[in-house]
Ligand binder design. Sequence first.
Ligand SMILES: [Fe+2]
Length: 431
Amino acid sequence: MACAHGLGEDLAREGCFSIDPSSVVFGRGALAELGDHAAGLRRVLLVTDPSLVRHGHVDVAVRSLRAAGVDVVVFDEVAIEPTDASFIGASEAARDGGFDGYVSLGGGSSIDTAKAAALYATYPAPLEAYVNAPLGEGRPVPGPLPPHIACPTTCGTGSECTGIAVFDWVSRHAKTGIASRRLRPSLALVDPTLTATLPPSVVAASGFDVLCHAIESYTARPFSARARSSPATARPMSQGRNPWSDLGSKEALGLSAAHLVRAVTDASDAEAREALSWAALLAGIAFGNAGVHLPHAMSYAVSANARGFRLEGYPDAPLVPHGVSVVLNAPSVFRATASACPERHLDAARALGAETRGAAPTDAGELLAGALSSMMRAARVPVGLSSLGFTPEDAPRLAPLALAQRRLVDNAPVSVSREQMEALFRGALDA
Ligand SMILES: [Fe+2]
């Protein structure tokens, strides 16, 4: 479709898009199937965090694996919002264990840590080697990785469907990541019943991550705006919005708009939490094939520089949950990006419940920003970077950190100068 359309028009521009499908098992009780899906593996490293051990989910996974004849070693030292040190720790645990497969059980932190452990145990190198340039060297992953079954327990990151692993590079005061199709788990095993034990604040943070994945993928620059990839196999995962990603983005947007606040305010609302789990998966498939943009680029500067912020339901240490650090920037960004594709911003605002009848294209940004801010208040997440202690004087310091996330900044529907990035941060200070 788009291939034929683009070829005759501009040979310098991209005419095709790529779809990297995810293998998925979704449904209540899916975790008990884990052993069946891992059968054939000899010995796996199960990467998780201590809270999953306490809730008994690790027990279910280990029993299922052992019943299938798979030897399993549990690594339960995943840090929430992982760091360079925790990536290296997991990689060292993986390197000497003789594993021929990996299982991750937890939120995006566990899944991303397992991706890194599999990578560095299989192709040893200094941490910076595979980290995205310009912060790291951006070396390509040399070859295939062992099978990795990702079992998410939050309804948010979509990491089970993406080839991205994010971490906090503490000494550089930056959040960054590793991006390669080879990091994509071989199977996403999604059991929505695992979300029943999540505290409301965790559902809220991960739910807004879902919502931002959906809106950012839907409003990313079109794939046809990029320069043509040469060779064609070099086409990046952040290739821009395309007809495939639109399918997942739109469905995820509608589902999260209808269920996010319900899933936060009532832990017994199994229907809402299941719908949010499905939305997370769809949004993960969408942004894994399109890419997100400015709210995520800015989030890495926010989470690495917030001063002592704590949120109930998270470990007793200063930490800005990923979804919160993203959505805080989103209203400011969408006010600025709406002029590039106002109809898409209006679609998103309508999905979030805004009245868009009679709205002009110039109203799109404000309508979407307003609808999003109302939802944030309803789900009781902070609204505005000032609630994390940021001031207008922080903008010049934060802007270059966000601009360093080139993969994300280049995927925005508008280009952003340093002055404009500073303005986006100032615009995000208050609702
Ligand atoms: Fe995210």
